[in-house]
Design a protein around this ligand. Sequence first.
Ligand code: NAD
Ligand code: MN
Length: 487
Amino acid sequence: MNMPVKEMLFGDAWEYAPAPESTGHAHYEKRYGHFIDGKFVDAKSYMKSVNPATEEVLFEFGVGTEADVDKAVQAARRAFEGPWGKMGGRERSKYIYRIARMIQEKARELAILETLDGGKPIKESRDVDIPLAAAHFFYYAGWADKLEYAFPGTNPRPLGVAGQVIPWNFPLLMAAWKIAPALATGNTVVLKAAETTPLTAMKLAEIIQEAGLPPGVVNFVNGAGATGAAIVNHPDINKIAFTGSTGVGKIIQRAVAGTGKRLTLELGGKGANIVFEDAPLEQAIEGIVNGIYFNQGHVCCAGSRLLVQESVADEVVAKLERRIKTLVVGDPLDKNTDVGAINSKEQLDRITEMVGIGEAEGAVRHSAPCELPSKGYFFAPTFFTDVSQSHRIAQEEIFGPVLSVLTFRTPEEAIEKANNTPYGLGSGIWTDKGSKMFRVAGALQAGVVWGNTYNKFDPGSPFGGHKESGFGREGGRQGLLAYLEVS
Ligand code: NAD
Ligand code: MN
């Protein structure tokens, strides 16, 4: 006899007691200027960073001028032509290992500060962001004295001064992705953190100071877009590395054209997470949730388009509808929280606008009926069904906890729909069949394809885009090339 299968869902069976992480031992200054030539220096003017979960001002940070950027570039040039440039790879690696170990030692404090400044759940900053940041420094420390083995017979040489501009979704981790390979290859750095999340960059500056790196090897100039543009346009910078929106990436590519500066761009995405009818569906549901609700969906490689085979679409949608009700949304410092605060008011407005557009276009909205905190910037986990390929919510990056669900019948149709976007960064495939996995993976225009998982990162694995998601690779042996001249 066929008994109706009753699903076992425990996620909403209990009310969790609050489990807030204590913040008592996490220290930060009330004001940061810039970090130039090994010293913290004052700024001409300041702006404020808030905690997006409470809307409280946490601290002030400097707004870098062209003169500040110039000082930082000069310091980086002196360090490149002086001690750092003359140091061998073996010596450089000791400094990079030291940074890695100090990140580990301060991991708890860094995780709390990342969560306070940016709104991401403490369990993510604690278990993902900070450990991966340390892992990147460890990984590239290991390459510093082996560059001639990484690219044999090419006489690998550093480029000089690298200008780096990073976004707010993984603040310390993006700083690590940029700084670790630059140092391993013998370059020096001028980096600007994003204007909503500069706190862990300032803590990294303290670590770099304490680790005894020669002054000027790593400089941090704070500020917003204009400061980023001053870095991009500085004539004495040899390489620009940027992660952020495709719009700004295009501006930078035009600005750098013809200057001889090397460029890598890691931009937006609209990742396809493809679920075939033979997939392990319960696991796929977890992968879909991880793909779009991890870090509130502020992930460039997020699986923000779910492509599900028609034969299992109803079942997947019903399971997903039940699963998002069990996500704990709220205080990012609570260890039970799955979905924290949206990074800024501007980002919340952008998400709200895109969801309104989705509804106006006729897609059907499913939002978790959770109670959102009265203060702070929050958005309920949401997905849309009845989405067609031409809908803006199927084409444009939303960068929030909002998924668009589309269906397909054949693997060919899945591939065609997955590739039908200007982007090409992350994607996922869920199937029990290995041959199908490899065939579809080979046909996807995406820098990363995950198989029966999603959003897994490792410093040994190169990451980067196709098409409007940018070019160049970060991570792995390939990530060294972005900072080397090879002949
Ligand atoms: P953004 O591209 O404006 O900002 C990213 C970084 O670039 C920040 O440090 C910013 O100060 C700096 N910047 C801004 N204008 C600049 C310029 N003209 N020259 C040099 N640097 C400049 O991103 P945003 O406004 O914070 O977010 C907008 C959208 O971008 C998001 O909704 C999302 O779609 C996308 N985004 C993607 C990523 C990613 O990791 N790929 C990260 C953040 C945002
Ligand atoms: Mn902030």
